[in-house]
Design a protein around this ligand. Structure first.
Ligand SMILES: Cc1ncc(COP(=O)(O)O)c(C=O)c1O
Length: 435
């Protein structure tokens, strides 16, 4: 990468100046949080599977080099600055392509729609585009209501689908109360509990929305058969089944979808809606998608094709980037790499858990998405900080703070996994005396 761009775009402010400006003009509680945590994690230059922080933990320390195992929940599935994606975007910009006009037809929305239909579980052939995951979730719930003419929605306790309107309403009370958004039509049930869903679902429910592996909820793995039961219950009551694979789709499990063979190879459940975001951007240009079965279209757009629109959702440039990303990530060789790296990563994490059984309760996950559950929340949070100090960025799950979620870029290589595991082991060792 050229040096000139470094000077123009990274380190234009000292950390001290940045914290002051951020607190004054953006979000002062966030600045207080990071200062309190005592870690200088302000991302600076980034490349491949790593990021540099602007400065060290103390201003006198050199910048830290961190492996990015947070990846913003899969935004950086292809690492930072994937050359193929960057080149595609540059070419598109040079050729004069731009956001496009959402009121017109778009060749790139058509091309991406077709590509998604070919990759989706069978029968999911239509796509409506957005910018963020929350927007795509809102779209799925909105369309479910239009189709069923019902208002109710069931989601999982601890699940997370975004902070926008309907998406926020599906979430835990902590996120909603401040905004007076506890809507009576939105109910939550424990994840993985078919009986609880059976008791709650009824003929006046519009949709059930679930992440295949709830990420914010603690990287939870449902027992085999759970999603088939959800499908059956939805069918029995005429309820739409929405699957949110914003984090776990696009190859994260080593299979392209988690719901359709990624969680359990033989359990191939087909939802009515599939929602994607984050990694659709390849970390370069935001785009999200809400894909669905075609029978839903008529109920939504019956009188007015403009009844649902989004100015920058499904921009031409975003579609070009997403098409390139899908070509890379759906390649069987790419998926096989995820499976192989996942085996290495998970066996490394298992070993750390065995050596520290007084601290770590369980390691669980699939492919390159793993949760490490500590015996309590304090240990989980301290482990997160300790591992960052060793050089691996990851975080605790927002709705289950005893569990660290680790999602290396899918392009991570064997030697990098080995180094990451070594650093995680060191970080855990440093808090062992606190158990
Ligand atoms: C599973 C899941 N769904 C939806 C969202 C919302 O995505 P966004 O932040 O792009 O609105 C998130 C964000 O973290 C997520 O993890």
């Amino acid at each position: 990468m050229k040096d000139v761009s470094d000077k123009k775009f990274f380190g234009t402010l000292s950390q001290k100046e940045l914290l002051k400006l951020y607190a004054t003009h953006v979000n002062s509680p966030k600045v207080r949080f990071f200062k309190g945590a005592g870690i200088g994690v302000i991302p600076g230059k980034r490349w491949g599977v790593k990021i540099n922080t602007l400065e060290g933990q103390k201003p006198t320390d050199p910048p830290m080099e961190l492996y990015n195992c947070h990846t913003c929940g899969g935004v950086y599935n292809l690492g930072h600055g994937n050359r193929k994606i960057v080149q595609t975007l540059k070419d598109a910009l040079d050729s004069g392509l731009d956001i496009g006009d959402h009121l017109q037809l778009s060749e790139w929305r058509a091309i991406l729609g077709k590509k998604l239909a070919e990759l989706m579980p069978p029968g999911i052939t239509k796509t409506t585009f957005g910018v963020s995951g929350g927007e795509a979730v809102d779209t799925a719930i909105k369309f479910s209501r239009a189709y069923t003419k019902r208002k109710k929605c069931i989601s999982a306790i601890g699940g997370y689908h975004g902070h926008t309107g309907f998406a926020l309403a599906t979430g835990d009370p902590d996120f909603k109360e401040n905004f007076l958004w506890n809507l009576s039509d939105f109910k939550q049930v424990p994840f993985g509990d078919g009986d609880a869903l059976k008791k709650t679902i009824s003929d006046d429910v519009a949709c059930v929305i679930l992440e295949t592996i709830p990420a914010t909820g603690g990287v939870l793995i449902a027992q085999e058969g759970y999603f088939s039961e959800v499908r059956e219950l939805c069918d029995d009551h005429g309820v739409m089944m929405i699957i949110d694979e914003v984090q776990v789709g696009l190859g994260r499990t080593g299979h392209f979808w988690a719901i359709y063979g990624g969680l359990y190879e033989k359990e191939k459940v087909i939802p009515d809606f599939m929602v994607l975001g984050k990694g659709m951007s390849a970390g370069i240009y935001p785009i999200s998608t809400c894909s669905y079965k075609p029978f839903i279209e008529k109920a939504v757009f019956k009188d007015d094709p403009f009844i649902h629109i989004s100015t920058t959702g499904g921009s031409d440039l975003g579609c070009v980037v997403a098409c390139e990303m899908l070509d890379i990530q759906s390649d069987p060789e790419f998926l096989n790499h995820v499976i192989e790296m996942g085996k290495l990563f998970s066996s490394g994490l298992e070993e750390i858990a065995e050596d520290n059984s007084e601290l770590i309760k369980e390691v669980r996950g699939r492919g390159l998405m793993w949760g490490m559950e500590f015996t309590n929340e304090t240990l989980g949070q301290l482990a997160m900080l300790s591992i960052i100090k060793e050089g691996v960025l990851q975080n605790y799950c927002g709705n289950k703070k005893d569990t660290l979620i680790m999602m290396p870029p899918l392009v991570v290589q064997e030697e990098e996994i080995e180094e990451i595991i070594k650093k995680i082991g060191e970080g855990v060792k440093k808090i062992k005396h606190l158990a």
